[in-house]
Design a protein around this ligand. Structure first.
Ligand SMILES: NC(=O)c1ccc[n+]([C@@H]2O[C@H](COP(=O)([O-])OP(=O)(O)OC[C@H]3O[C@@H](n4cnc5c(N)ncnc54)[C@H](O)[C@@H]3O)[C@@H](O)[C@H]2O)c1
Length: 410
């Protein structure tokens, strides 16, 4: 199947993601026609893209000629009929099922051969396909923000998505320099699901009065080599956005206790403490150089049984390159154990291959290792022992792991 750059790409929605996707495709040599509902929106998008290209030239990443060429390859329109000759059309409009369905239906009747890719984060690709009437042509192409920079695309297979449509979307994203993971149409796909325990288990540690937000962040950075601790990261993402993703994934998965929203995080959002954008979240962000914990507490000493301590020590010995206090090891093991467990559930439920789950977590969230690679390094038996020991300390059975044998790591 060709990935011929002569065939134009359509992008619907010229907001954050649509403009970024247009830039990514044009940067790789494709002609792009970018649509939005009015002229000022597409003009603004063109201006934003031009500014980003100016910065790339200033940084010496591309030449002036390349920048001009890329920008010339992006045309804009407010007439949907102009997308009729497109090969692939990426929809990146508001996250609303009815609005997306209408747009897919309209554009599918205009561009009768085009693959219709939705960039939805939280809606069902199968349901969008069925409602639009073009289920075989509808696939998911889940880009990450900022789309020109983030290397990962989750290509989502709706129940009736045709194999050629999946393969072509995959080839095109790869031709734009992206790494593609293929994923079944399940809530949160890979990244937004498997990352949940990083945030949720950390919030539960604070809710339990075990440690402060900065202690948790430091433990995850020092023992786990995560680039940013969960509280600083959720402050950057926006606590409200993080809560909304949790609620959506949890509801759509049938409310498993593992992924239940954090009461403390939700009450923070209700009080308007959304993170850096509102000046305060888990931390108070007075300015870039002055960030202090905003959730003040006196941690209580955590009771760790001998059985749990030995499981934690065995887990950490293999999982971490550095040593830490028992509290730090407990925090790290609890959070990483939750992530590995979620990855194992995702494998068991055939969300994606083990390799793709690892790739997605490394490229979509910058994890230092894929969770299943980590499990392989630690040893599945030690992971299972940790989860069993942790599960004895909770009332909601959330560390219960999938049946032994469904995951094999090396
Ligand atoms: N922002 C992110 O970090 C991110 C990451 C991955 C996926 N997504 C998904 O990408 C999609 C777009 O998100 P965004 O953050 O770019 O939103 P945005 O609000 O920045 O942009 C949405 C654009 O869609 C346009 N639009 C609205 N209705 C339209 C219609 N009927 N026809 C054509 N255009 C219409 C709006 O005018 C706007 O320009 C959503 O589905 C979102 O879930 C977002």
């Amino acid at each position: 199947m060709s990935t011929n750059a002569q065939n134009p790409i359509g992008v619907i929605g010229a907001g954050t993601m649509g403009a970024g996707i247009a830039q990514a495709a044009a940067g790789a040599g494709w002609s792009v026609n970018l649509f939005d509902i009015n002229q000022s929106l597409v003009d603004q998008a063109k201006e934003n893209i031009a500014n980003r290209f100016i910065r790339l030239v200033e940084k010496g990443r591309i030449s002036v000629e390349e920048s001009v060429g890329c920008q010339e390859r992006i045309t804009t329109t407010i007439t949907l009929e102009d997308l009729s000759d497109c090969d692939l059309i990426v929809e990146a409009i508001v996250e609303d099922f009815d609005i997306k369905t209408k747009v897919l239906k309209d554009v599918g009747s205009i561009a009768t051969k085009a693959i219709l890719a939705t960039n939805t984060s939280s809606l069902s690709v199968s349901e969008l396909g069925a409602a639009s009437g073009f289920a075989d042509r509808v696939v998911g192409m889940h880009f990450f923000n900022p789309a020109p920079i983030m290397p990962l695309v989750e290509v989502v297979r709706g129940e009736l998505s045709s194999e050629p449509a999946i393969q072509r979307a995959t080839l095109l994203a790869e031709a734009w320099g992206k790494t593609v993971v293929q994923v079944s149409d399940t809530p949160g796909f890979i990244v937004n699901r498997v990352a949940r325990p990083y945030y949720l288990e950390s919030w539960r540690i604070v809710e339990d009065g075990v440690a402060t937000v900065d202690t948790v962040d430091n433990a995850m950075q020092s023992l786990g080599e995560f680039k940013m601790g969960p509280f600083m990261l959720t402050d950057l993402i926006g606590q409200d956005i993080n809560v909304a993703t949790t609620r959506s994934v949890w509801n759509r998965l049938g409310k498993p206790s593992r992924l239940a929203p954090s009461v403390k995080q939700e009450s923070l959002v209700e009080r308007g403490n959304l993170g850096r954008k509102s000046g305060c979240g888990a931390y108070a962000h007075d300015d870039k150089d002055h960030v202090v914990p905003a959730i003040i507490m006196e941690p209580e000493e955590v009771e760790i049984s001998e059985y749990l301590a030995s499981a934690i020590n065995a887990f950490c010995l293999e999982a971490s390159c550095s040593t830490g206090s028992m509290l730090e090891k407990y925090i790290f093991a609890r959070v990483l154990g939750g992530i590995i467990n979620e990855a194992m559930w995702a494998v068991t439920e055939e969300v994606a291959s083990q390799k793709d789950i690892d790739t997605a977590m490394k490229l979509g969230t910058n994890y230092p290792h894929g969770p299943l690679e980590w499990a392989g390094k630690i040893g599945l038996k030690k992971v299972q022992q940790l989860l069993a020991a942790l599960n004895e300390t909770v009332a909601d059975n959330r560390f219960a792991s999938p049946p032994f044998g469904t995951v094999s790591v090396s």
